[in-house]
Design a protein around this ligand. Sequence first.
Ligand SMILES: Nc1nc2c(ncn2[C@@H]2O[C@H](COP(=O)(O)OP(=O)(O)O)[C@@H](O)[C@H]2O)c(=O)[nH]1
Ligand SMILES: [Mg+2]
Length: 203
Amino acid sequence: MAIINQATKELQVKVVYYGPAMGGKTTNLVKVHENIQTAQEKGKLVSLATSSDRTLFFDFLPIEAVAIKGFKTKFQLYTVPGQVIYNTTRQLVLRGVDGIVFVADSQYEKMQENVESFSNLEDNLRTLKMNMADIPYVLQYNKRDLPNVAPAEYMEFLLNNRDVQVPYFTASASKCEGVFETLNMITRMLLHKFINQSGRKSA
Ligand SMILES: Nc1nc2c(ncn2[C@@H]2O[C@H](COP(=O)(O)OP(=O)(O)O)[C@@H](O)[C@H]2O)c(=O)[nH]1
Ligand SMILES: [Mg+2]
């Protein structure tokens, strides 16, 4: 849950990178970690991976951002394990989530996995008594550098075909393309939601 402290002007939010196994969630966090400039902002990237280098529990990266609208913001970035068998772990990581980045794999043959992972996300949120409609999220269509990718329009049709569409970004996370665009957007959506909301409440 977002922690907002009007007195000290501090905001802390939890963002979860969700999506099918091998889509590039961990790579996103690794690139964010590599490219954050100052030591002060830079938390330690904690990865709990198996020997085969796949996320077993989650990756965790805390970022201390500079003041935005007078609020000192802390972002906690998490990833989930994508493999189907780890659903309990995914539910645990989703607990208290404030914003979601759904990392889809753009390769044609991954479309079914993308769609299944997205509906698994909706199911898990429902189990946690949360609703997609209430949680800011963005879509990232990753691995655009590969030759066998589906057009973004097709991925939009599969994953973003709803009443209210969310922003999407094409990315090649391993080249750090689209990584910060995606993070900046979810950040902006969250700041808008929490700072404006709490500002209104206390007004
Ligand atoms: N070609 C290509 N490979 C990528 C890209 N992003 C991630 N990968 C690779 O895809 C594999 C899975 O990435 P990873 O971040 O571990 O996926 P996760 O299971 O979603 O955490 C790794 O070998 C990455 O190097 C990308 O944009 N392009
Ligand atoms: Mg991973």
